[in-house]
Each structure stands twice: as C-alpha cells, then as structure tokens.
Write a protein that binds this ligand. Structure first.
Ligand SMILES: Cc1cc2nc3c(=O)[nH]c(=O)nc-3n(C[C@H](O)[C@H](O)[C@H](O)COP(=O)(O)OP(=O)(O)OC[C@H]3O[C@@H](n4cnc5c(N)ncnc54)[C@H](O)[C@@H]3O)c2cc1C
Length: 292
C-alpha cells in the first residue's frame, strides 16, 4: 500500500502520474487497460481515474482503480466529486475504496452536470471541495487526500486572491498535495506557486500538463477550464491545423520543454492529462526521464 504523499514527503524524485477517464463500454475498458499496462516500463508513481459528471461513472471509476491496483500493480488514485451525492453515498464510496485497499483520493467539488449553469449542492451533500476534504479526513484519517488548484484562477472565482483564500481553507481541511489545472505557460505556474507559498500553503504542488494533440480539442478544453494558450503557441499550431502530425509534434515539443523547465524549477511532480491516449505522453516521458 502506498500513500502518494509519503513519496512526495520523502522529497526524492518528482512524481510522475497519468490521468485517465473510465471508458463507456467493455471494449473501451480493455483498450484502456492495455494502454495503462503499456505504461509499466515508465514506472509511473501513480495513475488517476476521473469521476464522471453527476457521478455517472462511480462504479466504473471504482472498478478501474481496483484493477489498476490489484491486477496491474500500479498505485491508483480515485477522483471523487460532490456532484449528485449526499454524505451517506460518499461515505459508501469511501468504504468501498478502503475495502479494495485504495487509499489515495483526489477530492473535488466537480463541475455542474451538462445543461446546468452553476453548481448546486445535493441535499445532505457538500458545497465545496473543502467540505469533502474535511469529511474524508474525519472518516479516513490515513487516506492520502489530493485536491485541485488553478494557476490562472478558477473560472468561477471573483478574483485570484479570493480563489487562493479558498484554496488555503481547502488545504487546511486536510489536503496532502495539490494538482494544478492544465496550463501552457510555466510563468503562470511559478507565480502561482510563489503566491501559494506566501499565503501559507505548504503542501507539494504537482503540475498538470496536457500536450496539444488537436487544435479543435485543445480550444474546447481551455474554454471549459479557463486556461489560456499563449498567443505564439496558438499561432504556431493554427498555422499547421490541417496537418494532424505537425500539430502533434508541436504539442509534444511544447509539453516536453514545459516539463524540462518545471523540473529545473524543482517541481514536486508532473501529472499528465492523457485523454486515454498514452503514446504522446510516453514519448515525452522518455525525453524527460534523464532530467528527473
Ligand atoms: C487535477 C484535476 C482533476 C479533476 N478531475 C475531475 C473529475 O474527475 N471529475 C469532475 O467532475 N471534475 C474534475 N475536475 C474539475 C473540477 O471538478 C472543476 O474544476 C470544479 O469546477 C471545481 O472543483 P474544485 O474541487 O477545485 O472545487 P472547489 O475547491 O470547491 O472550488 C470551486 C469554486 O468555489 C470557490 N470556493 C471554494 N470554497 C469557497 C468558500 N468557502 N466560499 C466561497 N467560494 C468558495 C473556489 O474559489 C472556486 O471558484 C478536475 C480538475 C482538476 C484540476
């Protein structure tokens, strides 16, 4: 059993992790299983599995983390959100995770379900991730709890300062480490890390990286999560938009440079948003391995 926070605390090599979402059907499940298995030679510190909007993938998230842990022997982290669940349902999920020896959880508020503009707490549930963190800490003190943070500010926050105050509250509720939303400009990460430090946030901050593999897709993602693509980078990929291979190369090059620079800056870990495809992220890992 491994708590990711113990590895982070040990202060050795930065952590390397990959994020996947549960596939819709059995065929997808096996494809993904093979994709994750193929990552074994890279020796990821952990692999995380998202929790679908509205908790719709709850069963699949638990099944997948269980298989990753017990069949593949890779340490998993289960995402868990406050969407559409009250305390007793969340308590049940925590018990199930515990019974499968899963002790790493990424505690999130979650996004409003499709068609809903703003987040509405479920009756008997939680309004903010900080409340979920406190609940998990109270019930399962030995769990390693991660939470999300936003170098460019969370899109709903009135200001970056207010967002940072809320983040401090969340960390104080019992967070062991943070993972950032994706970002493309390391300056955003570095200034955020400094501001967090000044605000008294002392837990490790892992950088979330998503290589650009398609212009259309990355525009959709950045719009959704409020991250910006630097103008120069956007112009470069847009200039070759119709050439999928060229976009991919540029995206991988940028992500590799970002990782190398972050490692030089002493980042605690790198977390890849893979969108369930690991060829690009594996190639990037090969290129940064010597610097880790
Ligand atoms: C690494 C990572 C993984 C993710 N995985 C998933 C996933 O698996 N499933 C999924 O549905 N979504 C996922 N998300 C998206 C996430 O659910 C959204 O970004 C969501 O909008 C916010 O979640 P949070 O946990 O950061 O919320 P919170 O920390 O609760 O913050 C949400 C907003 O509320 C504000 N706030 C917090 N506390 C207070 C307070 N006390 N008073 C007033 N305002 C407050 C914050 O400033 C922020 O604007 C992930 C995001 C990241 C970065």
């Amino acid at each position: 059993m491994m708590r990711i926070s113990d590895q982070l605390k040990a202060g050795g090599r930065p952590t390397l992790s990959f994020e996947f979402f549960p596939p819709k059907d059995d065929v997808g499940f096996w494809d993904l299983y093979k994709t994750i298995e193929a990552l074994k030679p890279i020796a990821p510190t952990y692999v995380s599995v998202t929790y679908g909007a509205g908790g719709a993938t709850r069963r699949k998230t638990i099944d997948l983390v269980e298989r990753i842990k017990n069949d593949l022997g890779i340490e998993p982290m289960a995402h868990l959100t406050c969407v559409g669940a009250d305390r007793s349902e969340i308590a049940h999920v925590l018990d199930e995770l515990k019974s499968h020896h899963i002790e790493n959880v990424l505690a999130l508020r979650g996004d409003p379900p499709l068609g809903q503009k703003s987040f509405v707490a479920t009756e008997g549930g939680f309004r903010y991730a900080s409340e979920l963190v406190a609940f998990i800490r109270e019930r399962r003190d030995n769990f390693c709890i991660a939470a999300a943070c936003y170098p460019e500010g969370h899109p709903e926050a009135p200001s970056r300062e207010a967002d940072l105050e809320n983040l401090k509250r969340k960390v104080d509720a019992g967070v062991d480490f943070l993972i950032t939303q994706l970002f493309f400009d390391n300056a955003d990460f570095l200034s955020f890390r400094e501001r967090a430090e000044r605000a008294g946030i002392r837990v490790p901050i892992v950088a979330g990286i998503m290589p650009i593999l398609s212009v259309k897709q990355i525009k959709k993602f950045t719009e959704m999560c409020g991250a910006k693509i630097p103008k120069a980078l956007l112009q470069k990929v847009e200039a070759v938009e119709t050439d999928a291979e060229a976009v991919r190369h540029l995206g991988m090059y940028h992500a590799t440079q970002q990782c190398l620079d972050l490692l030089r800056e002493g980042v605690s870990g790198i977390h890849f948003y893979t969108l369930n495809r690991s060829t690009a992220t594996s190639a990037i890992c090969q290129m940064i391995k010597a610097s880790m």
